[in-house]
Design a protein around this ligand. Structure first.
Ligand code: PLP
Length: 377
């Protein structure tokens, strides 16, 4: 059997990883500034993560959500504490798309409505409703086009005000638009969404799948504004590579048995990974490191005159070139062995390293980028 050919692949076969570094099957070493789509939060192969997962595996790896799983409660407690949302309830699932799918369904169960507002350039995942809220027709099948979604321009408060009504079920927005090329919603826009949602009985859903878990220099990117969403979705950094995702649900949204469910969500191994990640973020003060290293990167990048723009907060950084970013990314990988990310905005590179990245590692990238830009401005 062959693999279903849907991914453009780099001709690289990683076989080992540690911290912010990867090694391929030929022994070549790579600096990882992308974390496999922003997933690596605490660094590859952290000893506490390995210890938690292996010791859990030797006890019990799986049972379904028909029994009490104490690790789910420990995870929820620690997440509530670190995220500053202790009064919210947690629904555990397996991927970012699934978290958003459940968030949107939950909003609709809650207020009985069908219309969703999402934003241009948004990415919310590839399941039915999540992809319908994703502003990319090339990944929507005809069957996804039945959903009732209105796309608006990010940060356009006037357009939002006009579009909101008693018919709107929910507004879904990324904490920082990632795939788009790291576009940050203004605090004022987030507050406007919240107040209009309150006025019209709609729910505000914050997709923090990519921007959450300390990446922005705060636990959640939206915490830069004084805004409290009704529902928050999380995934990527939550398990540092072990598939786990979650929906954080405000207490005014009531649970009813059977409305949401999953076979694998919240299994013992996923919870062990999730707990280890939270333990390490807290113990090693990784949110503070994300903020400090992000500031350092922005300062250094802003001093490079050949760049067009530098966007983002913490370790979620969009570096906009004057020309196409692809040749620069290729040179970083081929000539300097540095992984970076692309964006749908073709002149932007995304930098999404582990939250424990060190200044010397970022310097390695800065030196390489400057050299490449000398010949490739
Ligand atoms: N939401 C955001 C903001 C994302 O960046 C992504 C993935 O890139 C998703 C949702 C979908 O997550 P997953 O690929 O885990 O389904």
């Amino acid at each position: 059997m062959n693999l279903f050919d849907v991914y453009p692949l780099f001709p690289i076969t990683p076989v080992k990883a540690k911290g912010s570094w990867l090694w391929d099957d030929k022994g070549l070493k790579y600096l990882d500034l992308y974390g496999g789509h922003a997933v690596i939060s605490i660094g590859h192969s952290h000893p506490w993560y390995i210890e938690k997962l292996t010791s859990q595996l030797s006890q019990i790896g799986f049972y379904s959500n028909s029994v009490r799983i104490a690790q789910q409660e420990e995870l929820a407690y620690k997440l509530g504490e670190l995220s500053a949302y202790p009064e919210y309830n947690l629904f555990l699932c397996n991927s970012g798309a699934e978290a958003n799918e459940n968030a949107l369904k939950l909003a609709s169960f809650h207020n009985g409505r069908k219309k969703i507002i999402a934003f241009n350039n948004a990415f919310h995942g590839r399941t039915s409703l999540a992809v319908a809220c994703t502003d990319d027709p090339s990944i929507q099948a005809p069957v996804n086009k039945n959903a009732d979604i209105t796309f608006l321009t990010l940060n356009d408060e006037e357009a939002l005000e006009k579009a909101m009504s008693e018919e709107i079920c929910a507004v879904i927005i990324e904490g920082i638009q990632g795939v788009a090329g790291v576009l940050v919603p203004t605090d004022s826009f987030l507050l406007k969404i919240k107040s209009l949602c309150e006025l019209h009985g709609s729910l505000m859903i914050l997709d923090e799948v990519q921007s959450g878990y300390g990446r922005s220099g705060k636990f959640f990117a939206h915490q830069s504004a004084d805004v409290i969403p009704d529902i928050i979705t999380i995934a990527k950094g939550m398990g540092n590579g072990f598939p786990i995702a979650g929906v954080l649900i405000a207490p005014h949204i009531k649970a009813r048995q059977g409305i949401l469910g999953t076979t694998f969500g919240g299994n013992y191994l996923a919870c062990a990974a999730g707990i280890a990640v939270l333990d390490i973020i807290k113990k090693e003060e990784l949110i503070e490191n994300s903020r400090m290293m992000g500031e350092y990167m922005r300062q250094q990048l802003c001093a490079i005159s050949t760049l067009k723009a530098v966007r983002g907060t913490g370790l979620m950084i969009g570096v906009q070139m004057r020309n196409q970013a692809a040749p620069v990314r290729k040179a970083l990988l081929d000539d300097y062995q540095i992984f970076t990310g692309s964006a749908s905005c073709k002149n932007t590179i995304r930098i999404l390293p582990a939250l424990n990245i060190q200044q010397e590692e970022l310097e390695t990238f800065l030196v390489a980028l400057k050299k490449i830009l000398e010949t490739n401005p």
